[in-house]
Design a protein around this ligand. Structure first.
Ligand code: ATP
Ligand code: MG
Length: 441
């Protein structure tokens, strides 16, 4: 992409309404545009990051055996009356009427709808396990939308729903999502810690919130330092092996970790003081087993091997991709701007032409651009006539992992500079070596 043809509305000033650094940087980098309370448009740069985040989520959901579907945002109130939640949900739910005066709602979540799909088709335990997920906009009329996309009213959610014959099966499904989440967040350069969360009337211990440690987080969290060094399972993890998966979950749930709601002072006191980590955190994912809470009132049952009907045992598994982007920025930035982990960076490489219009600089930049693009790298080429200082500031602000700096003096010597955004290290290299370094032959 050539910057002269792109839409990148950079803000020079710090927007006053933004209280936290991720919100500030997302506005300044032209990633999002606020449209109303807790409502945002995603501009080209932001949309690219959002797509990369969703792609990682998809790959890891698919790897764990979940199947992608897409359900509507607008739902019928009657469906929610079946589970009893239409009355219970409260003011966070946006209630709407259609032209026939029928009660509708903008989905804050999809348990009812996915249960309706399940009960219409699945009748036998032989079709289980099943896990269906989608990535779809949700609306929750939050009391206090704030911090940009961190807590908005309209936000994207990946929500998966598992169906199993019995608790044992449901637990295995829960474990698969648990491990899938570990992999998902690590691939985005994040250290997410699974913390015991409240299970309410369901009981048991199958509810975890995945929390990123950050000073601006809304939750108060407590965990053992061991979490910082735990190994995240690799690509070769066998999601069809229930014992292997359960072993990973055991390793990741043995050290102490809880949010303030579940905090146990007695257990905390037993941990050596130097091993205690008490911090603030951002919830980026939440997994939850809820048994027959929906299958029972909604009649989602299968015939078991015993020939009898069983209400299926369910769980739901959420990740907030839009909130995640803010969390990634909270975890990875400096005073000059965002520092994207390579896996979610909007572009892999930025080419900075220090003297656009200079025949040699233009020629070298064009050549770099086509070589890198041909090699499959996503490149943003700053071909504008801005001054170098402004170009450097933009490149740092939008946080591309690598910058290639092309100036007349270097070009005359057959050299360019490459800069690593994270370390700030600059290196002058012959043009060909630089191109090779960044992934093109
Ligand atoms: P919170 O306690 O932060 O309100 P929640 O418990 O309501 O979250 P879930 O219902 O478990 O959240 O939703 C799953 C995921 O969706 C959350 O882990 C979070 O990443 C995301 N999410 C929830 N509410 C919002 C919101 N208002 N804005 C952006 N993302 C959200
Ligand atoms: Mg909430």
């Amino acid at each position: 992409m050539r910057l002269s043809r792109y839409f990148l509305p950079i803000l020079k000033e710090n927007p006053r309404e933004a209280e936290i650094v991720s919100h500030r940087l997302m506005l300044r980098a032209g990633m999002i545009r606020q449209q109303g309370a807790g409502s945002f448009s995603w501009l080209p740069l932001g949309k690219k990051v959002l797509d990369k985040v969703c792609r990682i989520i998809r790959e890891e959901q698919d790897r764990a055996g979940a199947l992608e579907i897409l359900m509507p945002t607008i739902q019928s109130a009657d469906l929610w009356r079946e589970s009893g939640r239409y009355e219970d949900y409260g003011k966070e739910m946006l209630r709407i009427k259609d032209r026939h005066e029928r009660d509708m709602l903008f989905g804050p979540t999809n348990e009812e709808m996915v249960t309706e799909i399940f009960r219409s088709y699945i009748k036998s335990y032989k079709d289980l396990p099943l896990n269906l997920y989608h990535i779809q906009w949700k609306f929750r009329d939050e009391v206090r939308p704030r911090f940009g996309v961190m807590r908005s009213r309209e936000f994207l959610m990946k929500d998966a729903y598992s169906f199993d014959l019995d608790f044992e099966g449901a637990k295995a499904a829960y474990n698969r999502m648990f491990v899938s989440y570990l992999r998902t967040f690590t691939r985005m350069g994040l250290k997410a810690i699974p913390m015991r969360a409240d299970t309410g009337p369901i009981g048991g211990d199958l509810s975890h919130e995945f929390i990123i440690l950050a000073d601006t987080g809304e939750s108060e969290v407590f965990c053992h330092r061991d979490y910082l060094d735990l190994k995240v399972p690799g690509e070769a993890t066998d999601f069809t092996n229930d014992d292997e998966i359960a072993g990973i979950v055991r390793d990741w749930t043995t050290p102490y970790a809880a949010t303030d709601e579940m905090h146990d002072e007695a257990a905390w006191d037993k941990i050596a003081e130097g091993d205690r980590l008490s911090a603030r955190g951002i919830e980026v994912g939440h997994i939850f087993h809820f048994g027959d809470k929906y299958s029972k009132p909604m009649g989602a049952k299968v015939t078991g091997p015993d020939g009898k009907d069983h209400n299926v045992s369910m769980g739901s598994y959420g990740i907030g991709p839009t909130r995640l982007i803010a969390a990634i920025i909270e975890a990875s930035h400096d005073e000059n701007g965002i520092i994207w982990p390579e896996s979610v960076a909007p572009f892999d490489v930025g080419i900075i032409n220090m003297k656009a219009g200079d025949a040699e600089c233009d020629r070298v930049c064009d050549e770099l651009y086509s070589k890198l693009t041909a090699a499959g790298r996503d490149v943003l080429y700053d071909d504008t006539d801005q001054r170098p200082g402004g170009k450097f500031a933009t490149a740092d602000l939008i946080g591309l992992p690598w910058q290639m700096i092309v100036g007349p003096r270097g070009v005359a010597a057959g050299e360019i500079e490459i800069k690593n955004r994270r370390t700030g290290e600059r290196e002058t290299l012959p043009i060909e070596a630089a191109t090779k370094r960044l992934g093109a032959a």
